[in-house]
Design a binder for this molecule. Structure first.
Ligand SMILES: Cc1cc2nc3c(=O)[nH]c(=O)nc-3n(C[C@H](O)[C@H](O)[C@H](O)COP(=O)(O)OP(=O)(O)OC[C@H]3O[C@@H](n4cnc5c(N)ncnc54)[C@H](O)[C@@H]3O)c2cc1C
Length: 490
């Protein structure tokens, strides 16, 4: 039997996940990554002993990561030390209210009592809805593209869909379960995990807070980039050829089938199968077809404005994860998605991994990742004045939430605008999750994992089915690898 060669365009989490799975099944795999490092959006920045994750800061569904390691004959625990987050995060409100979102159910139910008896009931009903949605999704959406549900006989599973809320609007469903404006804002935040607005997303996204609560939020000691480093190690053991600084300029075809890729420097690499981990909308351009199908600006998920601060003193007042909310959430999302501008009063997320993991700082100090949502932007880069204005709004939110001033103690600083995020990872506008999830079709009918016209061409990653976010991207790697197993016999 002839060994099949698979070229993967992009060494993001999706590309690495697919590489490991395909190499473990005996294929020769070459990963071509245009950047200097692997990991794509799950990346790292180190300076003066401060180590920052520049992308995800928390993972959910840890079994997805375990599955990947075991598919390669290894054990996650031999590579990574995953720590559960207790509490998951602290929430801070403009009116001075603050509380821990405890991962211990008795503790959380007792916090909810402060808001009135019905809130604990509302929480339990909301989790029950999430649990039912999860049970349906794991048999359908998280395993196959919708069109394959029929073939897999899983369409019957949809009959278990909780109809009353399942097909409604996310925010209205939150309103139906919680009375407190504080709790409504807390649960309204979850669609931002897929770059979307709670006011425009379907209620099916209630599966996200359920997954986080039921299975926990996890942090790998040493930082999220340890996941990428472990996958790179695993890929090397499996003899995957990992090529950084190798941008693919074209996908080559012989008739209706792919036959390889050509790199920007002209080098040709022959392949039986090509997997696109970069933006799926770039594929037509790489195939030499006119009119690349990049997402329309109105279809894009949010981007972010990220500040990385190495602070020279410890900040015991901070949790590992803290969310400082804006005053008017609806207005914030109108600004992001309708006016397409940076919010006048942004909600700010502060990730301070050094609060629980001192290996990411040089002795004293904190490594802070400070992020506000921002609209995707493929217009001009923000100028200095725009960045300074956005920074002052971010700092105003933090000061209002009682965070002690720290700017005079900053020893390392870096800023990532939507445009910089987009340019670094070759994704239009820096839209972190590809398309937003507004409406049922957008949320569930993501681009397919197998090209419908060109044989031997597949897709993996957040821009394709089932969507963005670290664990979901690894599920996409599993789906794509299974499709290759099914359709590409050696
Ligand atoms: C600031 C930020 C915060 C985030 N927070 C979270 C979080 O808390 N939790 C979570 O689950 N997720 C989070 N995410 C999202 C998560 O990082 C992504 O969903 C996931 O990492 C995407 O992986 P991917 O493989 O789909 O794509 P990418 O990481 O984008 O990888 C694609 C790779 O393809 C390469 N490429 C593209 N075109 C070419 C070409 N022509 N030739 C060669 N290489 C090419 C790119 O350089 C890139 O490295 C965050 C992302 C960011 C940026």
């Amino acid at each position: 039997m002839r060994e099949q060669t698979v070229v993967i365009i992009g060494g993001g989490l999706g590309g690495l996940g697919a590489a490991v799975r395909l190499a473990a099944r005996g294929r020769r795999v070459i990963v071509c990554e245009s950047g200097a490092t692997f990991g794509g959006k799950m990346n790292t920045f180190e300076h003066s002993g401060f180590r920052f994750d520049t992308g995800p800061s928390l993972i959910t569904m840890p079994w997805v990561f375990e599955d990947l390691f075991s598919a390669a004959g290894s054990r996650l625990a031999d590579h990574l030390e995953l720590a559960p987050m207790h509490p998951i995060s602290e929430y801070v409100y403009p009116d001075g209210m603050r509380f821990d979102y405890s991962s211990s159910l008795p503790e959380w139910l007792s916090t909810l009592e402060r808001f009135g008896r019905s809130e604990a009931d509302g929480f339990l009903r909301f989790m029950e809805l999430g649990a039912r949605l999860f049970a349906v999704s794991r048999e359908t959406f998280l395993r196959y593209r919708p069109r394959d549900w029929w073939r897999a006989g899983e369409i019957a599973g949809l009959r278990r869909m909780p109809l009353r809320f399942g097909w409604g609007n996310y925010h209205r469903t939150v309103e139906a379960h919680f009375r407190s404006p504080h709790l409504r804002q807390l649960y309204d935040r979850y669609p931002t995990y897929v770059g979307s607005s709670p006011y425009q997303s379907p209620a099916t996204l209630a599966v996200i807070p359920y997954i986080e609560y039921a299975f926990g939020g996890w942090y790998p000691q040493g930082g999220l980039y340890r996941i990428v480093e472990s996958l790179v190690e695993l890929a090397r053991v499996l003899k995957v050829e990992l090529r950084a600084g190798a941008r693919v300029a074209s996908i080559d075809r012989a008739g209706e089938r792919v036959c390889g890729v050509t790199l920007e420097d002209g080098e040709k690499i022959r392949a039986d199968v090509v997997v696109m981990n970069g933006d799926a909308g770039d594929a037509p351009g790489l195939l030499g077809e006119a009119g690349a199908k990049s997402l329309a600006p109105n279809d894009r998920s949010m981007s972010g404005l990220v500040f990385l601060f190495g602070v020279g003193r410890t900040m015991p007042e901070l949790r590992h994860h803290t969310i400082f909310f804006s005053e008017d959430y609806r207005r914030e999302f109108d600004e992001l998605f309708v006016e397409r501008k940076f919010p006048s009063d942004p909600t700010v997320y502060v990730n301070a991994p050094s609060r629980t993991d001192r290996s990411v700082v040089p002795g004293e100090g904190e490594a802070l990742f400070v992020m506000a949502n921002a609209p995707a932007n493929d217009g001009d880069e923000w100028d200095e004045a725009q960045i300074a204005e956005a920074r002052s709004r971010v700092m105003a939110t933090l000061a209002r939430g009682g965070m002690k001033a720290f700017e005079n103690d900053v020893v390392v600083a870096d800023v990532w605008t939507p445009r910089r995020i987009g340019a670094k990872y070759l994704m239009p506008g820096g839209a972190i999750y590809g398309a937003h999830s507004h409406g049922w079709r957008k949320a569930f009918l993501r681009p397919p994992n197998k090209d419908r016209r060109v044989r031997g061409l597949y897709y993996v990653g957040g821009g394709t089915h089932p969507g963005g976010g670290a664990p979901t991207v690894l599920i996409s790697a599993q789906i794509t690898s299974e499709l290759i197993e099914r359709y590409e016999k050696s």
